[in-house]
Design a protein around this ligand. Structure first.
Ligand code: DGL
Length: 259
């Protein structure tokens, strides 16, 4: 069992930010990554649609022998993880916005969160916020249009900068000292955001926490790969192979797959 791959899926290329953290921690594992870019963005879809897409990706990963699935998408996690965990008999690791560490560490008692509409409107997000951020002002901002620009390879574009400044402006009025990135596409914006944010605002995401949790669960279930020779890492995109290739710095094998 242990030499079977870890399956990872996202609505597109954003989950590679999570893959990179997991791969750095667990370099001897085999991986299959699905970039469902054809259906991006998930963030504007209904809960039922997000669930159907998550089931489709899960079935494909299970049919390819995955031993554990990382849902490298906040939108899919917050809308589908309960269902997936109760219907498929393998461990699922999800990703949620890092509200807890931001709320614990804020000094201004105000934090900003940039995420998709699907994440911010989910029940799971509201539950997490109620539990961990009571007494803290949480300024929610939907990042409408950011994911399609990243999927189109327009990370550093003028359009992106205009969009980001229009989203940061209302959030910054609330004297926040943490900005939570609640979408796995957004860590790729950190270099741009750092230039745009005041020096006292810290950016926080959940990538490392997900990698550590993946390690914990594999270890707990005795699923860590003991074979350290030549692990295989496969990336599949149902659209933009080139953009996926470039975001991975051309280090891995990327193929087109219709799924
Ligand atoms: N990477 C997904 C997330 O973490 C993007 C969602 C989308 O496709 O809108 O939420």
């Amino acid at each position: 069992m242990s030499n079977k791959p870890i399956g990872i899926f996202d609505s597109g290329i954003g989950g590679t930010s999570i893959f990179k953290e997991i791969h750095a921690l667990l370099p001897y594992e085999n991986y299959i990554y699905l970039a469902d870019s054809k259906n991006a963005p998930y963030g504007n879809k209904t809960e039922a649609e997000i669930l159907q897409l998550s089931i489709k990706n899960t079935k494909l990963l299970i049919n390819n022998g995955c031993k554990l699935i990382v849902i490298a998408c906040n939108t899919a996690t917050t809308n589908a993880i309960y269902y997936l965990r109760s219907h498929y008999n393998i461990p699922f690791i999800g990703i949620e916005p890092a509200i807890k560490p931001a709320a614990l560490n804020t000094e201004t008692k105000a934090i900003g969160i940039l995420a998709t509409k699907g994440t911010l409107s989910s029940e799971l997000f509201h539950k997490t916020t109620d539990i961990y951020a009571s007494g803290i002002k949480v300024i929610e901002q939907v990042g409408e249009g950011i994911v399609p620009l990243i999927e189109a390879g327009k990370l550093e574009s003028k359009e992106m900068k205009i969009l980001l400044s229009s989203y940061l402006e209302p959030v910054l009025k609330h004297n926040i000292d943490y900005l939570v990135l609640g979408c796995t596409h957004y860590p790729y914006l950190i270099p741009i955001l750092t230039k745009m944010l005041p020096a006292n605002v810290k950016i926080i995401d959940s990538g490392l926490a997900v990698a550590k949790q993946t390690h914990t669960i594999l270890n707990r279930d005795n699923l860590l790969n003991s074979n350290t020779k030549k692990p295989t890492v496969k990336f599949y995109s149902n659209v933009n192979v080139e953009v996926l290739d470039s975001i991975l710095d051309y280090k891995f094998n990327v193929e087109y797959l219709d799924f």
